[in-house]
Design a protein around this ligand. Structure first.
Ligand SMILES: Cc1ncc(COP(=O)(O)O)c(C=O)c1O
Length: 460
């Protein structure tokens, strides 16, 4: 039996309607920006394997770090034990994170990094004898993961709707989605007026608000929504004014994706809690880190053991993952990785901006190593078809007629050309590993242009 036949027999893939989805790509090896299939195809990984890969696949330095660590210590529980890779990585992270962040709590993926942040925030206020502060404020179009807490603080969408009875209530405020401004304003002339919704929400909640959680500068799964830095600075100001914690979910944006090591740097903001995962290990192994300030940490110190943060996972601070993360940070220095991302940003900007002239293109958004193109469709909410789920779900809200199927159709067209992309509904984005060359980026932009020109011709 072929790999695909055997896959079909027992496997169940994420975000996949197993009845109707096309067969998965049978990937047998990968190197640099390329994935190789068992039938000999070479495909450019245009989404960094769900946004995790940065230095390229199967990187010799990362492979060596992994092998060396495996020969020494593969894993040990992290309650009551510690080990050099976890300590070294915490040191390195603290030296890179916005100043004021001094503590690292490890977990093992992006959802748990966000889940830990929310639990820390709620217990922080309990430990500070303000238990009424328990409401989390999240933004529209947010995505923080798939565990129950992370879903609760994400946008209400087809991702979360089946689980609504399990979710806790949150308050939601406007995000600065300039292309579809919630206030109908123009970015050129507005004064980031959408921030007033958060201000009013926090004023209304008074001393019942615990924290505001945001994806700073770039809301990913919600449609690659790029923020004006003024909005992020304003969120920090409001959190200070109303005395609530700011949680920055940098699971996607951390480690250079927006052109800075951390997206909070765009507005020189230090959050109270910051969530890291994905590119933390350069896409090698699952690892999460929820990092915080001494003030938050101190609230958990007590002779009363009930104030302990009772949270942990079997694979907390896995030494293999920590060792690869350290090797990845070495590569940032050796290769001047951030300069690479800035060059990629400039090329994406100059290559994608002209696509605005295509009739099907509504908006072009570029930040760091991410280029997104939002196709015209007034009704389609990207989150309703995010991660490229091709299946319309009953009761999932308004659907765009022609564009309803556009995401999977575009994905198939790109795959025919050897480019792996996974549009978020009507938002097409390109987010390659940073090691992509100028020539490869140019080629990918040409493919995007070619496919979108074809769509424009067919469009009614
Ligand atoms: C901002 C953000 N937070 C959390 C997550 C969840 O991470 P994971 O898929 O590792 O659970 C994601 C995943 O896309 C994300 O983009």
């Amino acid at each position: 039996m072929s790999l695909l036949d055997r896959d079909r027999l027992h496997l169940w893939h994420p975000y996949t309607q197993m009845k109707t989805a096309p067969p998965p790509l049978p990937i047998v090896s990968a190197s640099g920006v390329y994935l190789y299939t068992d039938d000999g195809r070479r495909i450019l990984d245009g989404i960094s394997s769900w946004w995790v890969n940065i230095h390229g696949h199967s990187h010799p330095a990362l492979n060596a770090a992994l092998a060396a660590q495996a020969a020494r210590l593969e894993h040990v529980m992290f309650a009551g034990c510690t080990h050099p890779p976890a300590v070294d990585l915490a040191d390195r992270l603290i030296s890179l994170l916005p100043s004021g962040i001094t503590r690292v709590f490890y977990s093992d993926n992006g959802s748990t990094a966000a889940e830990v942040a929310v639990k820390l925030a709620v217990q922080y206020w309990i430990n500070r004898a303000e238990p009424q502060r328990r409401t989390i404020v999240a933004l529209h179009h947010a995505y923080h993961g798939d565990t129950v807490g992370a879903m609760s603080v994400s946008e209400d969408s087809i991702f979360t709707r089946a689980f609504t009875p399990l979710l806790f209530q949150v308050e939601r405020a406007h995000a600065p989605y300039c292309y579809r401004c919630p206030l109908g304003l123009e970015r050129r002339s507005c004064r980031v007026d959408c921030l007033s919704d958060l201000e009013q929400t926090l004023a209304r909640l008074g001393d019942t608000a615990a924290a505001v959680i945001v994806e700073p500068m770039l809301q990913g799964a919600g449609g690659m929504i790029v923020w004006p830095p003024e909005f992020l600075a304003g969120v920090r100001r409001l959190c200070d004014r109303f005395g609530v914690l700011l949680i920055a979910d940098e699971v996607l944006t951390g480690f250079g994706r927006t052109g800075r090591m951390f997206a909070c740097e765009h507005a020189e903001v230090t959050p109270d809690i910051i969530c890291l995962s994905k590119a933390l290990t350069a896409g090698y192994l699952p690892l999460g880190a929820t990092c915080t300030t001494e003030a938050v940490y101190d609230a958990f110190l007590s002779d009363d053991r009930s104030r302990t943060f009772f949270h942990g996972h079997s694979f907390t601070a896995n030494p293999l993952a920590c060792a690869v993360a350290l090797a990845s940070l070495d590569l940032f220095e050796q290769d001047d990785t951030l300069a690479r991302v800035r060059r990629l940003e400039a090329q994406l900007q100059s290559g994608l901006e002209p696509l605005r002239d295509l009739p099907i293109v509504g908006d072009v958004r570029v930040i760091g190593g991410v280029g997104a193109i939002e196709l015209r469709d007034a009704d389609l909410s990207p989150l309703d078809v995010a991660r490229g789920d091709p299946e319309p779900v009953e009761g999932s809200g308004p659907r765009g007629g022609y564009l309803d199927e556009i995401g999977p159709r575009l994905a198939a067209a790109f795959l025919d050309r050897g480019l792996l992309l996974r549009p978020l509904g009507n938002v097409l984005y390109f987010m390659p590993p940073y090691v992509i060359t100028e020539e490869e980026t140019g080629w990918a932009i040409e493919q995007i242009k070619g496919v979108l020109q074809g769509v424009a011709i067919q469009s009614p």
